[in-house]
Structures are given as C-alpha cells and as structure tokens.
Design a protein around this ligand. Structure first.
Ligand code: 13P
Ligand code: SF4
Length: 324
C-alpha cells in the first residue's frame, strides 16, 4: 500500500482541475480513512455519475448511470456494498444482492420521481387500463417495482417498451421520460405525472440563450427534461450516454442539461473540451458526502432492508430488465 501522502497526492492529480486545493485539504483525511475501511470491511463503493468528484474519482470502485450500477451490483464480489447515490439505487443493489450488506450513507437521499407514486397508485392504473403492461422507471421504491411487469432506466427505456411486443404500455412515473420515449416509438404510452425536480427546471429558452452566448456549443440533455427541451438539444440520453457522446464526438464546447456534478466528472477525462456550466443541483444526491461514507463503513449504517413480501416481485421486475 502507498504511504498516505503519496496515495492522496496521486488521487489529487486526478481531480485537481475540478477540486480547488483548499477543498482538497478538507477531503484528504476522509479519503485515506475510506480507502483503509474498504479493505478492512471487504467493501466496494458504487457511485452514480451525479456524485461529487472527490467521491466519484477518489473513493468509488464502480461508477456509472443507474443501469450500469444495477448491472455491476450483480457482479459485486465484496461483502459490503456502499451506494453513493440515492435510496432507490441502494434498494436496487439490495434486491440484486439479498445476502450482502448494502449501505446508504444517508437515508434521506430520496428522489422526487420515487416520491411521486405509490404501490396503490400502480394498482389503480392497472384497474383503469386492464391488461396493459406496466413499465416502471428504476427511480421508484421497491414497493412500486413489485407492482410492475418490468423496470427500465433512461438508458434502455425504448428497448424495454418495444421488447414487450404490445401496442400500448403504461410507463411510470416520469411524464417527460414517457413523452420523450413516445416520440421515438410507435408504441402508445400512458404516462403518470411524476417529474424530476432537477430536470423539469430546464427550458428551451435556456438552450437558445446558451447557443447565443456560446456559439457552436453542443447541447446534451437528459431525457427527464421536458420534451420541448429535448427537441432543442443536439443529443438526449442517460448520464452514461451523455458521457460517451462527449468522448466520441469530442465537441469543442458542450453543455450538459443535467445535474451539476456530471460536468465536473466528465471534464476530468476531457481537458480539451470546454464545459459550459449552467446546471441544477440534486439535493438528494448531494446528501452523500465523504464524511457520511466514512461513517457508513465505520458504523455499518444505514443497512438497506426490503420487506420480503415485496422483494421477490420487485426483483423479478429488475431482473426482467437486465435480461434484455
Ligand atoms: P441515469 O440512469 O441516466 O444515470 O439517471 C438517473 C437519474 O437519477 C437522473 O436524474
Ligand atoms: Fe431523482 Fe432527479 Fe435527483 Fe435523479 S436528479 S435522483 S431523478 S430528483
């Protein structure tokens, strides 16, 4: 193992363009402690693309969008999984690893989409549209997943909808994601009225103003943005798809219409690309910090538990998605 100063110095090299030295001084002790705790506890840290760079680039073992985190959770060999992300992501990891300890460092890390719908709502939708299959975004509770036929993420939503081979599906709970997918497929989509509190705030006017202020800028939008925003963007895709787009198209300047940490995390790999940064913070993602990741590992908290009555059916919906 490297001695501490060398270890943290090497890590700082990764993020120095996006983390000022003053901030790093406050992070390095927690980073050292977390690296040791991971070894001691046989733990891996899965981090979503919206986690801050000191988490994403310095302590995470696996990073990605919701789909990648779900896939990698299945392969995780460690005894303990720490989910640096929001609660539904930790629940998904637990569904796929019922025997393992899955920790979420702050149980208040929720999601406005997950909060927009209950299991009872899904049952009412089924009663209203008998026989129409229910496709549920992973940004939902395990109880909602348990009432669903199959899950999807922003990275595979169209594929999942079309895999069912039916003319009509119910797609819950993100109204904008549903509308954006409806624009790409012949399958009729019945939506719910849930919204992401981060992406619903972007407007087409934002994009027009950005194009005027930054000529030649490539505009990438997450499909949780309203359809009129997606229509004005150059590309729409999941957080992983946006990151891949930057790597492949190598735009001279780019704006990511999504959560703020995305630009920081992607910029680390592409110093030649200019990132224009109007963005919106997700208050839920930002509840996860180095400090509470460290405490999670030190005190084994907060372990995710799922009602066994719910877990079996919810797991099926996630596994059906992963099988596609
Ligand atoms: P991705 O699956 O694209 O990473 O999105 C998750 C999310 O919460 C976006 O707001
Ligand atoms: Fe939920 Fe939106 Fe935050 Fe993603 S960005 S976790 S969808 S509130």
């Amino acid at each position: 193992m490297l001695d501490m100063p060398t270890r943290t110095a090497a890590l700082y090299g990764r993020v120095r363009k996006v983390v000022p030295p003053m901030e790093w001084a406050a992070f390095s002790a927690d980073i050292d402690a977390i690296l040791d705790l991971k070894e001691k506890r046989d733990a891996v840290i899965l981090a979503h693309n919206y986690q801050t760079p000191e988490i994403f680039h310095c302590v995470a073992d696996i990073v990605g969008d919701s789909l990648a985190l779900a896939r990698k959770a299945v392969e995780a060999e460690a005894e303990v999984i720490v989910l640096a992300g929001v609660h539904f992501m930790a629940e998904t990891a637990k569904l796929l690893n019922p025997e393992k300890t899955v920790l979420i460092p702050d149980t208040g890390a929720g999601c406005s989409l997950a909060d927009s719908i209950t299991a009872e709502d899904v049952r009412l939708m089924r009663a209203r549209y008998p026989g129409v299959p229910v496709v549920t975004y992973v940004n939902t509770s395990a109880a909602v997943k348990a009432e669903s036929d199959i899950c999807c993420t922003s990275g595979n939503a169209r594929q999942v909808v079309e895999s069912l081979g039916v003319p009509r599906v119910i797609m819950l709970p993100d109204e904008y994601l549903a509308q954006n997918i409806a624009a790409e497929t012949d399958v009729e989509i019945i939506a719910w009225k849930g919204h992401c509190e981060v992406h619903e705030r972007f407007t087409p006017t934002d994009i027009r103003e950005l194009r005027e202020a930054h000529p030649g800028v490539s505009v990438l939008a997450h499909p949780e943005c309203p359809p009129e925003v997606v229509a004005e963007a150059d590309f729409a895709g999941s957080t992983a798809a946006m990151s891949d787009y930057v790597g492949q198209a190598k735009p001279r300047r780019v704006v990511l219409m999504t959560e703020c940490s995305m630009s920081d995390n992607v910029a680390v790999h592409h110093p030649e690309v200019e990132f224009i940064r109007p963005c919106n913070l997700c208050p839920h993602m930002k509840r996860i910090t180095l400090g509470n990741i460290r405490t999670a590992l030190e005190e084994n908290r907060y372990a995710v538990e799922i009602d066994p009555q719910v877990a079996g059916r919810a797991r099926q919906a996630v596994e059906r998605m992963l099988a596609i």
